[in-house]
Write a protein of this length. Structure first.
Length: 279
């Protein structure tokens, strides 16, 4: 496939702004989805990574593509590679985002690069996100989105499980209802999370657990055990996890840093993350 990278790079600098009144309901729904005994209230600080359930783009149904995402070519460049993955992000928390205080999210396309990988062509899209309220900037996020070619029939050789020492471990069973509820919270109809046949056609073993959901669960693990306000959080998705296959959330604290990772049912590291608490 020939990709006109110069055309795609014309999207660099394009911006999207979304306003939100930051109502209580999404946060309470998120708390229920994460099986928390209670949720935050108006005026409370929004927990780390919960900003993903706000500032939603309300695309019309006629603008939704076959894969369940919005059609490319608006804010997102029309990368002609079918498989999309939220591969990672680095987030800086300048101060709390308060529930019930109106805020705005401004996103800008910062870069787009094509590379050749073992599985074929790859496109790396970088998006910068800033969240502001009436006091100024509250959060900065640098997102990394990866586009890949359609799956090939070759089977990846199994890697041996890693042995890591953790201070905390929790087992999660990602049921279909969990994935459905999180998809609803972020208003995202990507079919790999909802349509088992489509996910298998895309080369997955079943419904794919959202990378954002796993990252949020890792941040929650740190929040429960570290008990402090995060200054930063970063994560990198390594391999997908499939619904109904139990996985482990793991964490280890060293000084002002909490190292976090998610282990798949086969014991492989599926996501790595780090929460920082330095002032």
């Amino acid at each position: 496939m020939t990709i006109d990278v110069d055309h795609l790079r014309e999207w660099i600098g394009r911006k999207e702004t979304v306003m939100d009144d930051m109502p209580v309901f999404p946060a309470r729904a998120m708390a229920a989805t994460l099986d928390l005994s209670s949720g935050p209230d108006k005026g409370d600080a929004l927990p780390a990574l919960w900003h993903w359930i706000y500032f939603l783009s309300l695309h019309r149904q006629s603008d939704i593509a076959e894969d369940g995402h919005a059609r490319r070519g608006g804010f997102i460049p029309p990368v002609p590679l079918p498989r999309r993955m939220f591969a990672g992000a680095q987030i800086e928390f300048h101060r709390p985002i308060r529930i019930g205080r109106p805020a705005r999210r401004q996103a800008v396309i910062e870069d787009l690069v094509l590379k050749q990988g073992r599985s074929g062509q790859l496109a790396f899209l970088k998006i910068r996100v800033d969240v502001h309220d009436d006091e100024g900037i509250a959060l900065t996020e640098d997102q990394n989105i990866v586009y890949r070619e359609a799956p090939k029939p070759e089977v990846e050789a199994a890697a041996p499980p890693e042995q890591r020492t953790a201070d905390w471990r929790e087992v999660i069973v990602p049921t279909g209802s969990l994935l459905f509820r999180y998809s609803a919270l972020i208003f995202n109809a990507h079919r790999i999370h909802l349509d088992r046949d489509y996910a298998r056609h895309e080369g997955y073993g079943g419904l794919v657990v959202h990378g954002q959901l796993v990252a949020t669960m890792l941040a929650e693990l740190a929040r429960r055990h570290a008990g402090e306000a995060m200054r930063g959080f970063r994560f990198r998705a390594i391999r997908p996890m499939i619904n109904d296959e139990p996985f482990k959330l793991c964490g280890r604290r060293t000084g002002e840093v909490v190292n976090l990772w998610a282990e798949s049912a086969s014991g492989l590291v599926a996501m790595e993350a780090e929460a920082s608490y330095a002032t």
